[in-house]
Design a protein around this ligand. Structure first.
Ligand code: G6P
Length: 494
């Protein structure tokens, strides 16, 4: 692909959201979650325009100031050219709080309690029609507007918020190359049967309007192909990773595991603020430090993690007062009732565990409910055990960031249902996220492991994590885009 081919990125969450500072000015703050980290790598590598939703009133104000067009923002030494799209607030609320999270997010993480929820009522169907579709159309319109200046362009769409947009773009500009990266798991066919048939069809039609559909793992790629075949009877080639869309086009389906930028991350780990937090951790630390860092999301399996720790303390009382569990949890999607309740249950369980085992000068679990990257990185450096026990997770970058900067040969407890597990299994302690006894045993094993084994595991993890960077990830995708545009054979292109 020519270096000059314009690249347009589209995602719901952009690189930053705007906040009003005390002096009244609007300042950008970096957006949370793995997607922003991934796309920042992409921007770094190639000049790209990034189209995203205005997610707050402050974002909308900034968008208006720029007449709805593109503008430049400097953030953490990176310069972003962005365009924020303002949707009708009611439509956006339905899009984000009713359809994207929870409906699609839950389906794609097997989170529905099928014996209880979900119920699809008129409200959900209307939220899809007048919320999800509307925001997708708004973002698609911005893409079409920006693409007007170009004879050719590659549009890279990201994640589960934008399944319908490709169809809208293709209708107007069939010449644009459409690439869609799904950062969360793609579940097996039956999970999708929760959706009413017409919505399901609309979503798959939308996704199949792309030229390439991409995932973090081979397992999600396989599931997507299986879904196309089983739910819609489409012709698929599992080996080549190709599905024939209803309109006869070939769509390539690919897996590109997302790396982190070791260089950038190590640089961030040297910031003075990080050192400040480190001093505080070292002053207060007990013999062992257990850490988890997550958005407070149901998929992250935070309750079972604390239950496992509770079991561990009960079964190994000799560790009482010797170990502290720091949990950095970033409150997330708090307008969705399921997320609010989840956070309440987390706080209640922590209170129970602390009451059961704590003493006058030892609190077993320290809950830090805030987003503070520097504080979290300081904790990364000094943990003895990192817990990543997600129920399902598209990739999970915490599992890569922690081991990269950790200085104590810390052990990783890693759910076998995370995307990162496909790469890191050999050197992590793999756990079944539902088996709390296994997790309790893994905590004990990690804290009693020989120094040699800890070093072997920690070095193994560092080696794998540092071997690839986002540049490779981007190059692999651009190479496939070029191969497909040139009409090459999908198997030969691999
Ligand atoms: C996950 C999703 C992203 C999302 C992020 C944060 O990583 O894959 O698309 O941006 O969570 O969630 P939020 O709802 O705050 O954007």
């Amino acid at each position: 692909m020519s270096e000059r081919t314009p690249l347009i990125l589209v995602s719901n969450r952009g690189p930053c959201t705007f906040e009003r500072a005390t002096d009244g000015t609007l300042r950008p703050r970096r957006g949370g979650g793995g997607l922003v980290t991934a796309l920042t790598g992409l921007v770094h590598h190639r000049d790209a325009l990034w189209i995203a939703s205005a997610m707050s009133e402050e974002d909308a104000e900034v968008a208006e100031r720029h007449g709805g067009g593109a503008f430049t923002v400097e953030l953490d030494d990176v310069s972003y050219r962005i365009r924020l799209v303002v949707s009708d607030p009611t439509a956006y609320d339905r899009f984000y709080n009713v359809i994207a999270n929870p409906l699609l997010w839950f389906i794609q993480h097997y989170l529905w309690d099928l014996s209880n929820a979900p119920e699809i009522r008129r409200a959900e169907v209307e939220a899809y029609e007048y919320g999800y579709r509307v925001v997708n159309e708004d973002l698609a319109a911005a893409v079409l507007d920006e693409a007007r200046a170009f004879d050719e362009a590659v549009v890279m769409l990201h994640d589960y918020h934008l399944y319908v947009a490709p169809k809208v773009i293709r209708r107007e500009r069939p010449d644009l190359f459409l690439h869609h990266f799904v950062h969360i798991p793609w579940t097996q066919p039956d999970a999708w049967r929760v959706l009413p048939a017409d919505i399901r069809e609309d979503i798959y039609e939308g996704v199949l309007a792309n030229d390439i559909v991409a995932f973090h793992t081979r397992a999600y790629r396989r599931n997507f192909l299986l879904c196309c075949h089983e739910l819609f009877g489409l012709e698929v080639d599992m080996e080549a990773g190709v599905v024939r869309a209803p309109d006869g086009r070939e769509v390539w389906v690919r897996a590109y595991p997302l790396p982190i930028s070791a260089q950038t991350f190590q640089r961030t780990a040297q910031r003075p603020a990080v050192h400040e937090y480190e001093r505080e951790i070292l002053r207060r630390r007990r013999e062992h430090l257990i850490l988890r860092v997550d958005r407070a999301d149901l998929s992250k399996n935070i309750l079972r993690g604390f239950t496992a720790f509770d079991l561990f303390l009960e079964q190994h009382p000799e560790f009482r007062e010797q170990v502290t569990f720091i949990a950095h949890l970033i409150p997330s999607r708090q307008d969705v009732p399921e997320y609010r309740e989840y956070l309440e249950r987390i706080e209640a369980l922590v209170a129970v565990v602390n009451h059961r085992h704590g003493t006058t000068d030892w609190m077993p679990i320290e809950l830090r409910l805030r987003e503070n990257l520097e504080e979290a990185i300081a904790a990364y450096k000094h943990y003895d055990l990192l817990i990543v026990n997600a129920i399902w997770d598209g990739m999970n970058l915490i599992a890569k960031e922690g081991p990269l900067v950790n200085e104590r040969n810390g052990v990783s407890l890693l759910s076998e249902n995370t995307g990162a597990h496909e790469e890191l299994a050999e050197f992590a302690l793999s756990v079944n996220p539902f088996d709390v006894q296994e997790q309790a045993d893994a905590i004990h094993r990690a804290l009693t492991m020989s120094a040699e084994e800890r070093a072997w595991r920690a070095q193994g993890l560092k080696r794998i994590i540092a071997a690839r960077d986002p540049g490779h990830w981007v190059d692999d995708q651009l190479a496939d885009i070029e191969a497909k545009r040139a009409g090459r054979d999908p198997l030969a292109a691999r």
